[in-house]
Design a protein around this ligand. Structure first.
Ligand code: SF4
Length: 347
């Protein structure tokens, strides 16, 4: 942990004086979570570790913390996502400072970007402190490099999430290609909502991947799932209890819409969404939780797992081309879907 992060954490503890804190971290950052625990215990705080998956800043373990009488949560590895919560939350982002792995990927990045003069640059939160230096290296090689300001769920300049690329899509018209410093997962999400080429440069795996073709394949598969949905009747509309993934109003509204179109739809409350828990109960599912589940995990399900906007295509409220224009992924599906519906007569 960086010294300034340690000091910020200690200052937070001194101000808040919590008695018991739940520490939450993705599996890969358990050592950082243990460092946090040592600091907290050294200041007289009782520490519990969350054993859950911790998929993102959306996945705050608020219910567990309250059940266990914790006064606060320390959430490791993600930037703030949920803005209001019932107990204080300290987000410890844990950013990498070592530029070495980026520098060793640089020749490959420059080769890939040949012919793309103007480039939008973004990164997942752990690489944000390396972005400015990478931008400088790209500029020295003759590129114009742009980084977008945060909006929606994003908190930092150039930051991306698997469900929110507004820092980069806001620059889409001004650039020839996008470069995401992060995993293929993060690059692919962007490639699904832009027609420009997207490169993911992953300092951890030392791989650079172009994602346009992969995204086209994923979109074709999504369309096939929409067609399959049309012949289903028994539909489960999933609503998540994860604080940053809960769209209850949207889920209720979708149940009503589907019933009005002759589907036998019901609302299903979920935490982790696993095929084995839902198998055999529905002919199709609608996913109002993390949108990446429908993209990454569809093949684990035997039934279509549509996103709310894909349901609009299945019901002929909008066409597939319009969905592509508006973007498959949305960090605010409620506003996306409702905007579509207020722009045209209610189906
Ligand atoms: S992509 Fe999914 S897990 Fe990641 S922040 Fe968005 S909702 Fe959460």
């Amino acid at each position: 942990m960086a010294a300034d992060e340690v000091e910020r954490l200690k200052e937070w503890v001194r101000e808040l004086s919590p008695r018991r804190v739940l520490v939450q971290a993705p599996p890969g950052l358990i050592d950082v979570a243990r460092d946090v625990s040592r600091i907290l215990e050294g200041m007289g705080v009782e520490v519990f570790f969350s054993g859950g998956m911790c998929w993102g800043g959306c996945d705050l373990a608020l219910r567990e913390a309250l059940e266990l009488g914790c006064d606060a949560i320390v959430h490791v590895g993600h930037a703030e996502f949920v803005r209001s919560h019932s107990i204080p939350v300290f987000y410890l982002e844990h950013r990498y400072q070592n530029y070495g792995p980026v520098a060793s990927l640089l020749p490959e990045i420059l080769r890939a970007l040949r012919g793309y003069g103007r480039v939008a640059l973004g990164a997942t939160v752990q690489y944000l402190d390396l972005l400015e230096r990478l931008a400088e290296d790209l500029r020295r090689a003759g590129h114009v490099v742009l980084m977008g300001e945060p909006s929606n769920h994003l908190r930092h300049r150039g930051q991306v999430l698997g469900c929110d690329y507004s820092t980069m899509t806001s620059l889409d018209k001004d650039v020839d290609a996008h470069l995401v410093l992060g995993s293929v997962f993060h690059g692919l999400g962007l490639a699904l909502i832009t027609e420009k080429e997207v490169f993911a440069a992953d300092p951890h795996s030392q791989k650079l991947v172009a994602l346009r073709e992969m995204a086209e394949r994923v979109l074709r598969k999504r369309y096939a799932q929409i067609l399959a949905f049309k012949s289903s009747r028994k539909v489960g509309v999933l609503v998540s209890v994860k604080p940053g993934q809960m769209y209850l109003g949207l889920a209720r509204w979708l149940v009503g819409l589907l019933r009005s179109r002759g589907y036998d739809a019901e609302l299903v409350v979920v935490d982790e969404i696993r095929p084995e828990d839902l198998e055999g109960r529905y002919e199709a599912l609608v996913n109002t939780a993390c949108p990446r589940l429908s993209v990454e995990d569809q093949e684990r399900f035997r039934v279509p797992v549509l996103l709310p906007n894909e349901v609009l295509v299945a019901l002929n409220v909008i066409g597939w081309e319009e969905l592509l224009r508006r973007g498959l992924l949305s960090s605010y599906p409620q506003s996306w879907v409702m905007t579509v519906l207020t722009e045209r007569p209610r189906p």
